[in-house]
Write a protein that binds this ligand. Structure first.
Ligand SMILES: C[S@@+](CC[C@H](N)C(=O)[O-])C[C@H]1O[C@@H](n2cnc3c(N)ncnc32)[C@H](O)[C@@H]1O
Length: 378
């Protein structure tokens, strides 16, 4: 067989495999949709479901296995709180039961009627080992989903760009130390001030450095960075209202400051200097955008420089935050950067009246995990 023929055969085989895999995914999606359509449980389902929950609470693995064989719903959530077997196993700290449930493909991320995850129940009840198993499993699943998206393609990229464009075309307003969008969602809030002080400190520990901030918002981090008299202080900002606000405040006239007005996706490729400190904090973007920015960093960062980013990953759920922080660390390691999370207490978000007039609270955690990324040592 010639090399060309061999390649063609391989290509055909690959195409067949991809088609078969796509069909399997399609079938699974259809099955899930059908299950979702079927409303409520039959009496038999309820009986088996409650028995399964009882077996899980009693840590009776054999009984639980037998019930599953009799077709009990692995994710039965018919109790008052809408908690699944994994919630109950995690709450009671039954490690073997947790391991069995996830081995049976119980999703790790189901929430109850109060948006509580199994992981949070393990954490709240100090079941450290169970919590670690759940976090590790969550990380594995997220990486697997990532790998599948790579193989089968992901429409997410286009959707992300559309969401960011939609944000950028909205009218914004500054209001009482907040930057708000048209829907009264907060783009940036003053309670984040202490976080910005720390980010500035780690990326710009002395005077005369080259620094860049992506996303001006309230200008909190930029005001902090100015205190260290940077030699070059680049700021990328894409929203016309924010840009106009920056000009009103005279940011374009500050010594060393260079404003790049546009999306970072378009501005970063135009930059021809390297930075001692890089900070990233945008809005109307998703994890894939953050990851795409991570990938730009090795070109922008001086060999001894520090890269840090606003860590709002899973910020309304400690369990999800711990999973996404690990996923991010893995993503960053893949592009040659180490990550250390410095934990700092944060309480300003919980002060009286902070969220008044804000449609959706985007933060509930008492600890902030501030990421410090550097080039991995060879
Ligand atoms: C959360 S605020 C930044 C707050 C800032 N760290 C501070 O200390 O005040 C996010 C900013 O990113 C800007 N932004 C959103 N998408 C952007 C993009 N693709 N490129 C550049 N800036 C963007 C927003 O307009 C907004 O000003």
């Amino acid at each position: 067989m010639s090399a060309v023929q061999e390649q063609e055969t391989k290509k055909q085989k690959l195409e067949q495999e991809q088609e078969a895999a796509q069909e399997t995914v399609q079938e699974t999606v259809e099955e899930i949709e059908q299950e979702e359509e079927e409303e409520g449980y039959t009496e038999e389902d309820l009986k088996l479901g409650h028995e399964l929950i009882a077996a899980v609470i009693a840590n009776d693995l054999e009984k639980a296995k037998a019930l599953l064989e009799q077709d009990a719903d692995l994710c039965f959530n018919g109790d008052d709180l809408g908690r699944t077997p994994l919630h109950h196993a995690a709450e009671h700290g039954h490690l073997d039961m947790v391991n069995w449930l996830i081995s049976e493909k119980h999703p790790y991320n189901l929430t109850d009627k109060n948006e509580v995850t199994a992981g949070e129940l393990a954490l709240k009840n100090n079941h450290e080992q169970v919590y670690k198993v759940l976090v590790d499993h969550g990380v594995r699943i997220e990486l697997l989903i990532r790998a599948m998206k790579k193989v089968f393609g992901d429409e997410g990229d286009d959707e992300n760009a559309i969401a960011n464009e939609a944000y950028l075309s909205q009218k914004l307003h500054y209001d009482d130390n907040k930057l708000m969008d048209e829907n009264n969602d907060a783009v940036m809030m003053g309670w984040e001030g202490p976080l910005m002080v720390e980010h500035a400190k780690v990326m710009c520990p002395k005077e005369g450095l080259n620094v860049i901030n992506v996303g001006f918002g309230l200008g909190l981090i930029d005001s902090e960075l100015q205190k260290y008299k940077p030699k070059n202080h680049y700021i990328i900002e894409a929203h016309p209202d924010v840009y106009a606000h920056m000009l009103e405040l005279g940011w374009d006239k500050k010594e060393g400051v260079k404003i790049l007005f546009g999306r970072w996706q378009d501005m970063v490729p135009t930059i021809d200097i390297q930075f001692d400190g890089v900070f990233f904090d945008t809005y109307g973007e998703f994890y894939d955008d953050l990851k795409a920015f991570h990938e730009c960093v090795p070109k922008m960062l001086h060999e001894n420089g520090v890269y840090t980013w606003f860590n709002g990953l899973g910020a309304t759920n400690q369990f999800f935050q711990d999973i996404y922080c690990e996923v991010s660390e893995i993503d960053l390691r893949e592009i040659g950067l180490s990550t250390e999370y410095i934990e700092m207490p944060i309480s300003t978000w919980a002060e009286q009246g902070v969220w008044d007039g804000v449609r959706q609270k985007y933060w509930v955690l008492d600890t902030y995990k501030l990421p410090i990324c550097k080039f991995l040592k060879q």
